[in-house]
Design a protein around this ligand. Structure first.
Ligand code: PMV
Length: 310
């Protein structure tokens, strides 16, 4: 059985598509997959079934993933522990868990996942993600494949980020998800129409991502919370927020969160709130207003050097 976690983008979504660095963190909830040799190549994700290359998006993605791994007649059963399509990296977690399960079957390794094997998993997951997102920055697949907290640049890929103290997050699903591709396209349209607005927002996000990195490394959670709020303001300026997202962020702050923002593509979907060590008050405030959520902790790293390859 193979597992891959989901992810939250702490800072820099959308801007990362234009080369601005972003910061993401893996979360435990994700997907587990089991692979077996089979006459057909069937992928079962919960109740959803497809066959390799059957013309459905899932079938095409499965075909791309198996092709990237050089695998043939293999069926995979996947169980998902995350709400899908909400910006929590469910699709990338499925891809990474599936790729790991397939490799376990066709190339069992006693040594675990070394750098070369991680590269194969990431390439296969990227091939899968391209079917759904067209032009993904790659941050989802990178976060699912590495876990931990990562600094991600489209051109250079991921590197590990040292985390000075645990980050306790409340993660809520603020509203129905929007399509990542549509949200990315809408920012591209805004950039074509009003480049001055988008370029200013991108500059602002670049500056706050740099500061967020310093806060994460130096365990400044108060500063980090403020930067989350600022990033949310800039994302609203890109028109990727929604009433539901703003409401969920407001509820979180009123319940004592240090900061809150959407995570992922926006337009609906998930929000994250940074808490001062206990996510329960935020989760209760959300629950009282019909917003489902769960707690996630980004663990502090001991002895990790920022910049070490993941
Ligand atoms: O797939 P999501 O919802 O986690 O969003 C991905 C983040 C974006 O920056 C909006 C798109 C991308 O490819 O990086």
């Amino acid at each position: 059985m193979a597992h891959a976690g989901g992810k939250v983008i702490l800072f820099g979504e959308h801007a990362v598509v234009y080369g601005v660095p972003a910061i993401a963190a893996g979360i435990d909830r994700g997907a587990t997959a089991v692979a077996r040799h089979d006459a057909a190549a069937v992928l079962l994700v919960g109740e959803t079934r497809c066959e390799r290359g059957d013309g459905s998006d899932l079938g095409r993605a499965f075909d791309a993933l198996l092709g990237a791994l050089g695998a043939d007649q293999i069926s995979v059963d996947v169980q998902v522990q995350l709400p899908l399509g909400c910006g929590l990296g469910g699709s990338a977690a499925i891809a990474v868990a599936t790729a790991r399960a397939v490799l376990e079957l066709i190339a069992p390794s006693e040594a675990g996942e070394d750098a070369a094997r991680r590269r194969r998993v990431l390439d296969a997951a990227t091939a899968w993600e391209q079917v759904f997102h067209g032009n993904p920055s790659g941050i989802d697949a990178a976060a699912a494949a590495s876990g931990g907290c990562i600094w991600y640049e489209r051109e250079h890929g991921p590197s590990a980020l040292a985390v000075g103290c645990p980050l306790d997050l409340a993660i809520g699903v603020a509203g129905p998800p929007a399509s990542t591709k549509e949200m990315v396209d809408s920012v591209a349209r805004l950039k074509a129409r009003r480049p001055e607005i988008v370029d200013k927002a991108l500059q602002g996000i670049r500056a706050l991502v740099r500061n967020a990195r310093l806060c994460i490394e130096s365990a400044d959670v108060i500063g980090l919370g403020r930067l989350l709020d600022l990033n949310q303001m800039l994302l609203s300026g890109l028109h990727v927020s929604s009433e539901e997202i703003e409401r969920a962020c407001r509820l979180a702050r009123e319940a004592g969160a240090l900061g809150a923002k959407l995570t992922g593509a926006g337009g609906g979907g998930a929000v994250i709130a940074l808490t001062a060590g206990d996510a329960d008050a935020v989760l209760a405030a959300w629950q009282a207003q019909g917003i489902q959520g769960f707690a996630a902790r980004v663990e502090a790293t001991v002895g990790t050097q920022t910049g070490a390859p993941t």
